[in-house]
Design a protein around this ligand. Structure first.
Ligand code: ATP
Ligand code: MG
Length: 773
């Protein structure tokens, strides 16, 4: 068996896992130990053995990037056409399932997907229509409530109502569902829930899929939530004789805040009667210092299943730590380091910049942009989320389905065509009264507003007619022109960028058509050889503008497929496809990936660990797991950086370095800037020195120092006996560092940095501050 080229490079534990018999299996192992490799190799091995056909496997993971990676690894192992296989994200596979069974699922054939922003605007409309107070019924919270309920598998009627507030929220949920159904749109959570319910309620369909997939494999199992686990059980229930292969790492569970349950691993082991949990302990990704840092950090968590990781790779480079005075300085330093790494022969795509929150990327992006370094952002404000692109997509969605109210509202008066808020209100009232879509209700509005609406409907009708049978590229070009978008942006001051983005949309569509095999010579190769006739009754008859998918033979219009792609995938265009670009992403989106060099920026209290997670120990442990994920992405080099000040959400924050630094082993670190001892960063000390020198704060911001300002008047000895730079203790906020003192007597105030509790201004006549040193 070892001679088999597929299996040659596996260690004995990995080999045992890859070649397990077709039974439920759980692989529990730390980062970089080869879980994904084992999972992928197992698919290849099963195919090679002839144990399964490509159509008989389903493999699911969390991010598009991870799914693509899995397909790339698989096609490198075997000459198999991976795109026809059911390998993808939970959402991607649900979309595929619902496209095939739209009728049974009670959806229109051309149903569209609402992304998070669309969902929020749909909820806002309902809050308005129901005349609710937005302060009490915050749309964002309602969105979370709806998504959270769905992820628990709860429809409005199932949500337990304990009080009036919840009752109203459930009403909103119900109205939201009705609206989505009317418009023929589904949000992300709905994709999952709808698939689950259809399988649960339709015995022949469930039996079909259970028969079809003899093997189901799940990567990153630790991050599954209740619904995803229930969903999995529909495809492959315990005791059904299918090979169910789950791999995961409890230390990398980072979606607890969204309802993921590490407990699913224990449930899986019990319910599927897993005989032996396979553990892998050899790490093949990172050098010793990086691994030591990861192991030491995660050891501070208490609730762990317990595993060890070792490597034979030697210590490698130390983990480099750097402190900057500002986020701008940090970005500059990162930039220079990247250029050096690249000059030293490292490909840009092997360098990742990770951050805890999306908002942090802006400064780094602008540094990269100004230096002309290609970069690619995953997550964040993606190409498909930019306003002008969303406008264009809304027109395309109306071509596909004019009853999509969200898209209708987005562009009915864009570019302006004299349709005001009053007209829209009348239209919405009319639509509500009859339960029809806005598009179907335009006839009900009289007067000038009514005729302008009719003009808009005429435009959409014309677009629908003229684009019938055209290629995707032609449809988009036609739409951009006829809808007046290009003309509109020509007249705008900063419209050129937007026009370029719209042109880029044409390129994105073109790339999509090529990649997805919607080209002329696409050949339909149905993979679903087991499908009984009754089930394929759902498939639409091929029309003139419907092309079968190259591998699966599924029939979808290229436009519908492209719109789905836009809603589901991070369509990023900062760097052209295939260009060697630095990779920017949040730690969450880096899960499962690896890079030669990794920078983790913004290592500051309140940022990483995030301030929202500091109030309870569960939150803090999840932040620590997130940090563990971040560290273990690095193969050769790891950089950690923090900054004394940072502009975020329009405010300057004064930061102390992350507590995680205290949890990393000194021997594995190399401080590129002097390490300051004790609480607080070097910033506070420098501040104190600057203040004592009389040069003030202005002299130490930014990389270069300015000439000292004239010394201020020597302050009178204050009556409270405190001084700037002093460590103090507060009964509620704990230990802190005084950054500013102002006022005299009863007016005396202090600005104190309490680390995890953040910055506070305190009135010294009230607050009891006890000097610590
Ligand atoms: P994560 O928890 O981060 O998802 P993982 O456990 O899935 O990590 P992989 O991504 O599968 O780990 O593997 C990490 C790296 O180690 C990959 O580059 C993989 O090719 C390599 N690797 C895994 N097993 C071996 C092996 N037996 N010999 C050599 N390289 C290996
Ligand atoms: Mg993995």
């Amino acid at each position: 068996m070892q001679d088999d080229p597929l299996l040659r490079n596996l260690n004995p534990e990995q080999l045992a896992a890859v070649t397990l018999p077709a039974q439920p299996a759980l692989i529990l192992a730390g980062a970089g130990s080869g879980k994904t490799r084992v999972l992928t190799t197992r698919i290849a091995w099963l195919l090679q053995q002839g144990a399964i056909t490509p159509g008989g496997v389903m493999a699911v993971t969390f991010t598009n990037k991870a799914a693509k990676e899995m397909m790339t690894r698989l096609s490198a192992m075997l000459p198999v056409n991976v795109r026809g296989m059911w390998i993808g994200t939970f959402h991607g596979l649900c979309n595929r399932f619902l496209r095939a069974h739209w009728k049974l699922a009670g959806l229109p054939q051309s149903f569209q997907i609402l992304d998070t922003a669309d969902q929020l605007s749909a909820v806002k409309r309902i809050v308005k229509a129901m005349n609710l107070d937005e302060e009490r019924y915050v749309p964002k919270q309602l969105s979370w409530f709806i998504a959270g309920s769905k992820e628990e598998g709860l429809r409005p009627r199932d949500v337990p109502v304990r009080d009036e507030h919840t009752r109203k929220m459930v009403e909103v949920y119900q109205a939201y569902e009705d609206q989505c159904q009317r418009e023929g749109v589904v949000d992300f959570a709905e994709l999952m829930l709808r698939t689950y319910e259809l399988l649960r309620d339709n015995d022949p369909l469930r039996a079909h899929y259970q028969h079809r997939f003899s093997h189901v494999l799940v990567d990153e199992f630790q991050d599954t939530n209740r619904l995803q686990y229930a969903w999995l059980k529909m495809f492959a229930p315990p005791g059904n004789g299918q090979g169910v292969f789950a791999v995961g790492d409890d230390d990398q569970s980072i979606y607890g805040f969204r309802g993921a349950l590490v407990g699913n691993m224990a449930d899986f082991e019990r319910e599927y009667r897993v005989e032996r949990v396979v553990k892998l302990e050899q790490n093949y990704r990172s050098f010793g210092n990086i691994l030591d840092a990861a192991n030491a950090l995660i050891a501070h968590n208490s609730r762990r299943l317990g595993k060890n990781l070792r490597t034979d790779a030697g210590p490698g480079e130390p983990v480099r730590v750097v402190e900057s005075t500002s986020d701008f300085g940090e970005a500059q330093w990162v930039l220079e380091e990247i250029q050096q790494l690249h000059r030293g022969g490292l490909a840009r795509k092997e360098i990742a910049l990770l951050y805890r929150s999306n908002a942090q990327s802006r400064v780094i992006e602008s540094a990269l942009f100004n230096a002309g370094i290609p970069y690619r952002v995953y997550g964040g404000l993606r190409f498909f989320e930019r306003a002008e692109v969303k406008h264009a997509l809304a027109y395309l969605r109306l071509i596909e389905n004019p009853n999509d109210d969200t898209s209708f509202l987005r562009v009915v008066n864009f570019p302006a065509r004299g349709i005001g808020a009053r007209t829209i209100e009348q239209l919405q009232d009319a639509a509500r009264g009859t339960g029809r879509s806005l598009y179907q209700s335009v006839g009900a509005v009289a007067g000038k507003g009514g005729s302008n609406l009719a003009g808009f409907v005429g435009l959409v009708e014309r677009l629908r007619e003229r684009t019938r049978g055209l290629t995707l590229r032609e449809i988009i070009e036609h739409m951009l022109h006829d809808a007046g978008l290009i003309d509109f942006y020509r007249t705008e001051k900063e419209g050129q960028d937007r026009i370029e983005n719209l042109e880029e949309l044409v390129n994105a569509a073109e790339a999509f058509v090529t990649q997805e095999g919607f080209g002329k010579d696409a050949v339909a190769l149905p993979v679903d050889e087991h499908a009984p006739g009754t089930l394929s009754g759902d498939a639409p008859a091929p029309g003139p503008d419907l092309t079968p998918d190259a591998e699966t033979g599924e029939i979808v219009s290229p436009l519908a497929a492209f719109l789905t792609h836009a809603a589901l995938e991070a369509g990023d265009n900062q760097a052209q496809a295939g260009q060697d670009a630095v990779q920017l992403m949040t730690v969450h989106s880096a899960k499962g990936l690896e890079f030669d060099a990794v920078f983790i920026t913004g290592m500051e209290e309140g940022l990483f660990p995030h301030e929202n997670a500091l109030s309870d120990s569960d939150g803090l442990e999840e932040e620590r797991r997130l940090m563990y994920v971040a560290i273990t992405r690095a193969r050769q080099r790891l950089y950690l950086s923090f900054s004394q000040t940072r502009m975020l959400h329009g405010q300057t924050r004064y930061n102390v370095k992350s507590r995680f630094f205290d949890e990393l082993p000194e021997h594995a670190l190399k401080w590129l800037t002097p390490k300051q001892q004790g609480f607080g960063s070097g910033f506070a000390r420098e501040y104190q020195q600057a203040w004592q020198r009389g040069s003030g704060f202005g002299s130490m911001v930014g990389a270069g120092r300015v000439a000292p300002a004239p010394p201020p008047l020597v302050p009178k000895a204050p009556s409270h006996g405190l001084r700037v730079g002093q460590s103090v203790f507060h009964t509620k906020f704990g230990e802190g560092l005084i950054l500013t003192l102002e006022g005299q007597g009863d007016d005396a105030r202090a600005q104190v940095n309490f680390g995890r509790h953040g910055m506070k201004w305190l009135a010294l006549s009230v607050a009891k501050l006890t000097p610590v040193d």
